[in-house]
Design a protein around this ligand. Structure first.
Ligand code: FAD
Length: 304
């Protein structure tokens, strides 16, 4: 039986594991893919105190740091259910195994929703980007597109307009779902163009990087091509919480609802990082909330 079992081995889970282990309590980490989203990231320039690094390098550093402590790391293991049995939390794994713990920290992260069009996968990190806070500066002075006219898409367009040469927003439907104040702001910017009823059909590149995209005008069925250096896909972030939907309170978007201490709707179960309601999904924020969850779990253990 673990004192603290962390589910997820990204920045949030790693921080939680280190903070828990430093209390001298029995700590385990179970992760589908240790490293998490960071493994799919190229340049990282906003992890404070590290001027620049690369995703796989940071993932390696996370694992090395966790291994400095007495933590059981169970990699390539997927959790499929969580339940409470006789006061203990149980985590059921895809391989049929069951892990038991006095407290749990859920840090299973999220994934960006993809367009699923030709070229998208090929040019990921080569012009196809998902995080304007992270990758916006890479496209300084160049033309980019934002796919999606919801709040995140329009926020991205406003953010990018200050950095890049020009932003084209492509929205599938005939209306933007973003808040009116954001739409008004975006429409007031001289270097932002919004195209509605535009269905992206292909990411175009030269073999090594993005050079543009093709979209279909849904009113005429005509195909148009834009010349671009970057494409920011902003059609949603999907929390990895499907396996918790009958156990914990989730928002309608699937985020685990937590309070300021990381406490979920089940006593002794905490959550952190991108899978939770913590605003702004970033590495440094995930790590901070992971540390919070571990300290809260320790607090829970000494009181129970
Ligand atoms: P994740 O990193 O998603 O880790 C989740 C962990 O849980 C993984 O180990 C996963 O395998 C595991 N897991 C999931 N489901 C299960 C399950 N059922 N059972 C067991 N394990 C499970 N942020 C920045 O701050 N700067 C950047 O430059 C930056 N660039 C980015 C670029 C890209 C392409 C992407 C995709 C993201 C980027 N981000 C960046 C965002 C950042 O990566 C995330 O905010 C951060 O990784 C979230 O950490 P996390 O630990 O909450 O989740």
């Amino acid at each position: 039986t673990y004192d603290v079992l962390v589910v997820g081995g990204g920045p949030a889970g790693s921080a939680a594991a280190i903070y828990a282990a430093r209390k001298g309590i029995r700590t385990g980490v179970v992760a589908d893919r240790f490293g998490g989203q960071v493994l799919d990231t190229l340049g990282i320039e906003n992890f404070i105190s590290v001027k620049e690094t690369e995703g796989p390098k940071l993932a390696m550093a996370l694992e090395e740091h966790v291994k400095q402590y007495n933590v059981d790391i169970m990699n390539t293991q997927k959790a499929v259910a969580v339940r409470e049995v006789n006061g203990l939390k149980e985590v059921e794994l895809a391989n049929g195994g069951v892990l038991k713990a006095k407290s749990l920290i859920l840090a299973t992260g999220a994934r960006w929703r993809e367009m699923n069009v030709p070229g998208e996968a090929q040019y990921k990190t080569k012009g196809v980007a998902f995080c304007p806070h992270c990758d916006g500066p890479l496209f300084k002075g160049k033309p980019v597109a934002v796919i999606g006219g919801g709040n995140s898409g329009i926020e991205a367009a406003i953010d990018l307009a200050g950095i890049v040469e020009h932003v084209t927003v492509l929205e599938f439907s005939d209306t933007l779902r973003a808040d009116a104040v954001l739409v008004k702001k975006a429409e007031s910017l001289p270097n932002v163009r919004i195209i509605k009823e535009a269905q992206t059909t292909e990411v175009v590149g030269d073999g090594s990087k993005v050079t543009g995209l093709k979209y279909k005008d849904r009113t005429t069925n005509e195909i148009h091509q834009l010349e671009l250096a970057g494409i920011f896909v902003q059609i949603g972030l999907v929390p990895n919480s499907e396996f918790l939907k009958d156990t914990l309170e989730l928002t309608n978007r699937g985020e685990i609802v937590i309070d300021a201490k990381g406490q979920t709707s089940m006593a002794g179960v905490f959550a952190a990082g991108d899978v939770s309601t913590t605003p702004y999904k970033q590495i440094i924020i995930s790590m901070g909330t992971g540390a919070t969850a571990a300290l809260s779990a320790f607090d829970y253990l000494i009181r129970n």
